[in-house]
Design a protein around this ligand. Sequence first.
Ligand SMILES: *[C@@H]1O[C@H](CO)[C@@H](O)[C@H](O)[C@H]1NC(C)=O
Ligand SMILES: *[C@@H]1O[C@H](CO)[C@@H](O)[C@H](O)[C@H]1NC(C)=O
Ligand SMILES: *[C@@H]1O[C@H](CO)[C@@H](O)[C@H](O)[C@H]1NC(C)=O
Length: 317
Amino acid sequence: MKSFSVAVALIAPVQAGLRFGCSSLTIQRIDPVVEPGQTPSAHVHHIVGGNAFNATMTGNVGDRGTCTTCEMSEDFSNYWTAVLYFKHPTNGSYHRVPVKNNAALAAGTTGGMTIYYTQGFRMTVGSPTTNTLDQAKGHIGLRFNCLQTLLNRGPEMVDFPDKPCPAGIFAVHHFPACWDGKNLDSPDHQSHMFNTIKYDGFTNAPPCPASHPVRMPQLTYETVWDTTKFNSMWPSGTPNPFVWSFEGTRGYGTHADYMFGWKGDSLQRAMNKSECFYDGCGSIKKQAMSTANKCTVKDFVGEQTDGWLTSLPGMQM
Ligand SMILES: *[C@@H]1O[C@H](CO)[C@@H](O)[C@H](O)[C@H]1NC(C)=O
Ligand SMILES: *[C@@H]1O[C@H](CO)[C@@H](O)[C@H](O)[C@H]1NC(C)=O
Ligand SMILES: *[C@@H]1O[C@H](CO)[C@@H](O)[C@H](O)[C@H]1NC(C)=O
């Protein structure tokens, strides 16, 4: 139960925060939070973080990890989202959309995500069953940007852009920040957490309700999907041809999962220091991305997820 005490202790001063990059670890059909023990899980995920990643993850992940694709070398957590695919508008074949580095990450980051802890254990945000615009609007903090350049993101959108984006599609997943203080997980992987945020973007969460009184660091993932090489195959006036790996169109159903795996008290040490905001500080160990990039996990499923595919992995009729 070590991870429990770590999670309980994570009450961050308001000014604290941490931002770092993690290279891609693996892309496969595994989901130890929503479908533990299932090899394969229902749909493909893009996963970053520690090498304790597996279909079943029990015990103290921070103690079991021996390497991580994250810049913070004591962070063996795993962070994952669904994978974006291009669906060819005329022949119906699918191609995985590559991930490219966000701006301002450590040199050598490959693909991956930007992770923010502002202001642990396991939780999810969003759901593949979200399939209307109104439902999607209700998921504050799950948004897209049509990148003009890597730095000029344009406005946040609830659904996928309706025309090609010059620099890719930016996906952001903000997790809720209020915890019930008792459960490390819940049957739907969400009800042990509560979102008091009312607006999109990076905003400090308003106070937590009595049902979920413990304020946690606010966790956010950013992923840059490099859709550019598919733009010429998108006939003007036709619907956005990108789908999530569960056949989710329009961007609805975007979701992300988190498995806490910081070693010992390393996250608390980082969150305790206000000067940690952006790119760490003296109390937290970093590694060169060339070292991080050597971290790998087994391909547990052994199926093709890249190249032209006639159906999405796991979605065959
Ligand atoms: C993954 O988990 C399974 C089941 O717990 C275990 O048998 C296997 O050794 C693990 N594999 C790795 C590479 O950790
Ligand atoms: C669909 O089009 C792409 C791009 O031209 C091509 O590479 C792929 O093989 C096509 N798929 C089928 C089933 O014809
Ligand atoms: C973090 O700060 C709290 C409150 O000041 C303190 O009790 C705790 O020992 C600190 N934890 C670490 C790991 O530095």
